[in-house]
Design a binder for this molecule. Structure first.
Ligand SMILES: [Zn+2]
Length: 186
């Protein structure tokens, strides 16, 4: 994979236009929280595709998350709303302290969406029956390959039905109440 594609951080657009598209109720749901941690929006389609992929085997599997990152909620300039719009499953997946292996076809599958303005938001992977948490290896992977402030890491235990989200090079945990599944197509 060509990870150097990510070395230049794009300037993030403001969340205002995105919130307008969401409509009042969802917009309020997203912005009225008792904490200032970033919000993660996963489209229902994206979550369904991830669940479908990760249910296929009880080994660690994963792929890329594509979508958009927005700044500007409450005036912050950094990533505040992450929208995971779609996933690209990798048939080959191997994550160690020094490497992250996905097949080259992942980029081929991602390219049309990147050409339309999506960014590589981050990655997802499974921990079958191990619990959803970022291991030391996962933190190393995040820092090495998903090091933008908006880089999102989602880990799912499909057996225990747990999900956790982490953000940025330091793998900051995102509170569960800040993760919203969105039924529409933002
Ligand atoms: Zn892991």
């Amino acid at each position: 994979m060509r990870w150097q594609d990510q070395t230049e951080a794009p300037a993030l657009p403001s969340a205002a236009a995105f919130l307008t598209r969401l409509g009042v109720l969802d917009s309020v749901r997203l912005t009225q929280r008792g904490n200032t941690s970033p919000r993660v929006v996963i489209t229902a389609d994206c979550l369904e595709a991830i669940s479908f992929h990760l249910a296929k085997a009880r080994t660690e599997m994963g792929g890329l998350l594509l979508g958009r990152a927005y700044a500007g909620l409450n005036g912050q300039a950094d990533a505040q709303i992450l929208v995971a719009a779609r996933s690209v499953p990798s048939q080959a997946f191997d994550s160690t302290n020094v490497s992250l292996r996905m097949e080259a076809e992942v980029w081929t599958a991602a390219r049309p969406f990147l050409d339309k303005g999506d960014i590589v938001l981050g990655w997802y992977h499974s921990h079958p029956d191990l619990g959803a948490f970022f291991s030391d290896t996962d933190r190393t992977t995040q820092r090495a390959f998903f090091r933008q402030p908006y880089s999102l890491g989602i880990v799912i235990d499909p057996v225990r039905q747990e999900m956790k989200a982490y953000l940025g090079p330091d793998s900051a945990p995102i509170p569960a109440e800040n993760v919203m599944v969105y039924e529409g197509h933002p």
